[in-house]
Each structure stands twice: as structure tokens, then as C-alpha cells.
Design a protein around this ligand. Structure first.
Ligand SMILES: Nc1ncnc2c1ncn2[C@@H]1O[C@H](COP(=O)(O)OP(=O)(O)OP(=O)(O)O)[C@@H](O)[C@H]1O
Length: 252
């Protein structure tokens, strides 16, 4: 069980309310896709969950317990740009090992190496390449390495913020299929942020739509994307670009 609940979360930057009493439920073991126009507050609401932004009101709870320093490692976030997220001078295995620190337990050198190997295998990166630097990997491989680092912390919830937006369409499918596979194998609960509706439809059980800091729609994926409750949401969904041609992700 690992249900993530945002309960009337608000975030203000000076006089600007970026997130306005947003409530979301990410059901245990499922993926909630969060969509909305650029600047609608999607990243900001997610950043509250991992402590990168402070809420002016409301709370984020994991299985009923308010997220704070003590239990925050249970929620890990992966960002759009894997190059920015990985230290260019550091072997990728060392970056993944950094994620192990968040577990709070002591790892011997041998245990750490074995676990890093396991994590790289989990994301389909050849573990014999653990000593190589990020520049030697492709964009999709680098993104899989950042996912391995996030998983090293043994999170109950993974937040993915536009993680395929910077990738070639051909590689997007590989990363998305990996996410689905990991979710099944690890029973992960996932908050998946994207402006690409084809991608959101592919990975999400539920979808929420954000507008001007507010959640305007929240429900099962098919209902929200095919039959949204209000006219504004229909308009909004039409205005969000689906990048390129629809993806044929089954073959990716
Ligand atoms: N650190 C900050 N200081 C001031 N304003 C900010 C800050 N971070 C975000 N904002 C503002 O908050 C609002 C929401 O931004 P946010 O990045 O959450 O939107 P988003 O829906 O994730 O957009 P995008 O899809 O472009 O990433 C925007 O108006 C943005 O300019």
C-alpha cells in the first residue's frame, strides 16, 4: 500500500499563486497522469511532494502520514534533463550508488557494488559499464540511469516530470515501456507529468488536468481524455500539442 494524496495544496511565489488548493489522489500501484498548459503548476505541485517547494497551505500524505523530512525518501522524482541530473565527471555507477544513501542503511563496498549492478540491470543498462561517465551514454540510456538512481532509494512513489520530453520519439517508447515494467515488478505508485497526451494515455490509469494552479478534472484516463466533464477541459485538451505523429508504442 502506498497511496499519495495531495490535499488542498497551495504554493505562492510572492503575490502569484502557482498552485491553488490542488487535491490529487495517486492510488496505490497505479499511475496518475498530470496534464495542463505550460505554467499551469504541474511541476510545482510535484516539487512540494519531494520538499523542493514549500506549500503555503494543505498537505501531501503518503498512506495517511504527512510527508516530511523523515519519510520523504519514499517519494523520488526524475526530471526532464538527465544530463543536468547526472554529474558529468562521475561514473554512472557512483551516481546510482548516491541514491543508496537515502535508504539510511550502511552499505559495505561489496553490497553497494552488487546493488548498483542489480539496479542497472533493472533498467536494462549493461552493469559492466558502471565505471563510464554519462557522456558515453545516449539520452535514453542516461534517463534510465537517473531512474535507477531514484529506485536506489527504494521509493514507494516515483514522480516523473516530463521525462521523455527531451528524448527522440524512437527512444521515448523504450523509457515508457521500462516505466510500465518497473511499475508492475515493483508495485510502484507513480505521478507522471507530461504535456504529451499520447504518452499520458499510454502510461496512466487515471488523469488529472491542471489549469491556472487548479485541478479542473480528475478521473479514469479514458473518461477524462475521451469524455471530459466540462467544456473548458475539452478546449484545454485540444490545445495541448500531441508531439509528432501518434506513437505506436506497442512496438517500441
Ligand atoms: N521558483 C519560482 N519562482 C517564481 N515563480 C515560479 C517559480 N517556479 C514556478 N513559478 C511559476 O509558477 C507557475 C507554475 O509553474 P510550473 O513550472 O509548476 O508549471 P508547469 O505546469 O510545470 O509548466 P511547464 O509545463 O512549462 O513545466 C508559473 O507561472 C511559473 O512561472
Amino acid at each position: 500500500m502506498s497511496e499519495l494524496v495531495f490535499d488542498r495544496v497551495s504554493v505562492r511565489f510572492g503575490a502569484h499563486t502557482a498552485v491553488d488548493e490542488a487535491s490529487l489522489v495517486v492510488r496505490s500501484g497505479t499511475t496518475l497522469g498530470l496534464v495542463g498548459e505550460s505554467g499551469s503548476g504541474k511541476s510545482t505541485v510535484a516539487r512540494v511532494a519531494v520538499g523542493l517547494e514549500k506549500a503555503a497551505g494543505g498537505s501531501v500524505r503518503l498512506d495517511g502520514a504527512v510527508l516530511e523530512r523523515r519519510n520523504r525518501r519514499s517519494v523520488q522524482m526524475v526530471f526532464q534533463d538527465p544530463l543536468a541530473a547526472l554529474d558529468p565527471r562521475m561514473p554512472v555507477g557512483t551516481s546510482v550508488a548516491e541514491g543508496l544513501l537515502a535508504t539510511g542503511r550502511r552499505w559495505s563496498g561489496a553490497e553497494r557494488r552488487a546493488r548498483v549492478q542489480e539496479l542497472l540491470e533493472l533498467v536494462h543498462i549493461d552493469p559492466s559499464r558502471a565505471g563510464e561517465r554519462p557522456a558515453r551514454f545516449s539520452g535514453g540510456q542516461r534517463q534510465r540511469i537517473t531512474i535507477a538512481r531514484a529506485l536506489a532509494a527504494q521509493p514507494a512513489v516515483l514522480i516523473a516530470d516530463e521525462i521523455t520530453s527531451a528524448l527522440d520519439v524512437s527512444v521515448q517508447g523504450v523509457v515508457l515501456n521500462l516505466l510500465r515494467e518497473l511499475q508492475r515488478e515493483l508495485s510502484l505508485t507513480m505521478l507522471f507529468i507530461s504535456h504529451n497526451l499520447a504518452v499520458v494515455r499510454y502510461v496512466s490509469d487515471d488523469v488529472a488536468v491542471m489549469r491556472n494552479g487548479r485541478i479542473v478534472e480528475h478521473g479514469p484516463t479514458d473518461t477524462v481524455l475521451d469524455d471530459p466533464a466540462d467544456a473548458y477541459t475539452r478546449e484545454l485538451l485540444r490545445s495541448i500539442p500531441v508531439m509528432g505523429r501518434p506513437l505506436d508504442l506497442k512496438d517500441a
